[in-house]
Ligand binder design. Structure first.
Ligand code: NAP
Ligand code: ZN
Length: 349
């Protein structure tokens, strides 16, 4: 199937139209017309080459929402017209212990991400959601709940699941004290989800610029990371902190904020951090952990949770040709919401 997307052609990350082909349907494939795609900071890291060399031309995008256009002969769960979604992964071995327990993101053989990796069958490089169409095997397609607004759902597929998964793993519920570092795409979903789970949420930000937005999302307070007196006063105040900062930084300013046995979960920076101060860890049996997106079943769970609890990402709709501008804004980090591309703005020719 001939289609079009916006690709990066080198690490300078200037995105431009790119005509390419989606594979012919295999028996277990679903062909999707993409209606909306969220813009994740990971898209920017990837096309910039922050995580190593990339197979250009590369089409990013892993917060994909659309409608089923056609299905392969063996597909049982989807039919033409269904409202569906695709997140950060499009294949895994489906056989290892991690896949068996629905933690495909930790597949022992490695996942096939939605863009930038060879397809497990034909070796063709996967291309993401900044495009008109995608073809994905049935097991990796999600269903959009009936009452969910398609235009608002996209960021749940990465920002939502990436923060929902640690909130569930560390059993956040009524009375939990949760800190969220960085109020961007992931951070704003962490606040909304933790609040909906009954937690008391504090946003830890670089300035108070986003305070009104944080409170409107359900946060109880905002802590400014450069305000030493306030940070000292908040010692031992949290059971769980979710750190979404997208660059190398100092986590040792956040660990003293954890209570005894508390955990700081890093979901942001993928790579080195500043030198670690172990004193807060040792003195309070505090932990530092990491977490990667979520499995397919858990991604369906967060979609259903959002529909049930009326939790929606704050989306700023953009046209496909505004993507380079959107990437510049993401780099600045001043956005307490998600850019979402309205794919109707991408001319198929
Ligand atoms: P984003 O929208 O750009 O938000 C990041 C936030 O971090 C900013 O809004 C800002 O919040 C804060 N920040 C930015 N630069 C900073 C700096 N230099 N120092 C301290 N804080 C800074 O990004 P995102 O889409 O949420 O993604 C965040 C990170 O998560 C990215 O690195 C992305 O690759 C990663 N990620 C990981 C997973 C996973 O599975 N673990 C999944 C998706 C994304 P304040 O203004 O409030 O300080
Ligand atoms: Zn993402």
């Amino acid at each position: 199937m001939k289609t079009i997307g916006y690709a990066a052609f080198s690490t300078d990350a200037v995105m431009a139209p790119y005509h390419f082909e989606r594979r012919a349907l295999r028996p277990n494939d679903v062909a999707i017309e993409i209606l909306f795609c969220g813009v994740c900071h990971s898209d920017l890291h990837t096309v910039n080459g922050d995580w190593g060399p990339q197979p250009y031309p590369l089409i990013p995008g892993h917060e994909i929402v659309g409608r089923v256009q056609a299905v392969g002969s063996a597909v049982v769960h989807y039919k033409e017209g269904d409202r569906v979604a695709v997140g950060c992964l499009v294949d895994s071995c489906q056989q290892c212990d991690q896949c068996e327990k629905h933690a495909e993101q930790y597949c022992r053989t490695g996942i096939t991400p939605t863009y930038g990796a060879p397809d497990r069958v034909d070796g063709v490089i996967t291309q993401g959601g900044y495009s008109k169409h995608i073809v994905v095997r049935e097991e990796f397609v999600l269903r959009i709940p009936e009452n969910m607004d398609l235009a608002k759902a996209a960021p749940i597929l990465c920002a939502g699941i990436t923060t929902y998964s640690p909130l569930r793993t560390w059993q956040v519920g009524r009375g939990s004290r949760v800190g969220v570092v960085g109020l961007g795409g992931l951070g704003h979903m962490a606040v909304k989800l933790a609040h909906a789970m009954g937690a008391e949420v504090t946003v830890i930000s670089r300035s108070d610029q986003k305070k009104a937005q944080a409170i409107a999302m359900g946060a109880k307070a905002m802590l400014i990371s450069s305000d030493t007196a306030a940070m000292n006063a908040a010692a031992s105040a949290f059971d769980l902190i979710i750190d979404t900062v997208p660059v190398k930084h100092d986590v040792s300013i956040y660990t003293p904020l954890l209570d005894v046995d508390g955990t700081l979960v890093i979901v942001g920076q993928v790579g080195p951090l500043n030198e670690l101060m172990t004193i807060p860890l040792i003195m309070g049996r505090r932990r530092i952990a990491g977490s990667l997106i979520g499995g397919i079943a858990e991604t369906q769970e967060v979609l259903n949770f959002c529909a049930e609890h009326d939790v929606y990402p704050d989306c700023e709709m953009i046209r496909m040709d505004q993507i380079n501008e959107a990437f510049s804004r993401l780099k600045e980090g001043d956005l307490a919401r998600r850019f979402v591309i309205d794919m109707a703005s991408l001319n198929p020719n």
